[in-house]
Design a binder for this molecule. Sequence first.
Ligand code: SME
Length: 169
Amino acid sequence: MYSNDMTFEEVLKGAEAILQGGGDASGVLLDVCRLLEDRVPHYDWVGFYIADPKEKILQLGPYVGAPTDHVRIPFGRGICGQAADMKRTFIVQDVTKEGNYLSCSSSVRSEIVLPIMDGMSVIGELDIDSHSISPFTEGDRELLERICSLCAPLVRSLRDGSRRPGVQV
Ligand code: SME
């Protein structure tokens, strides 16, 4: 159970409703970020990165939270880059224990990064920072992996279209 009496299932249903509502890909993905940041207390920064597999770069897409310097991250660098290389969800429950980490803010204590796949290719990522230590459970992984699958077509359309700058609220 999350605050505002929203369960994982309700957060998932909220994301499904946003995705079914249509609209431009950036706006819809931004609304998904807003929902997650708003409804899950331990999600303090929520954003999408769009992958350029040829250049092996992650480009910041729609996000909610503090501005970040990390708008272009090479595969392999930081938690985001490692998740892109490994093609699997990467959970760091305490960022001070992770050597290959790109810090955005001293308030961030933990992070979860999920690759968004198109077949065997990484087309983007969902990145969530938390101000809590060890907040992430298997429930977070399950919820967010399902949301990533639902968002994959929109991430693919952003990757295939013009490169868009990050959208901050
Ligand atoms: N901490 C990330 C960089 C991106 S920000 O969290 C927005 C990393 O280590 O890859």
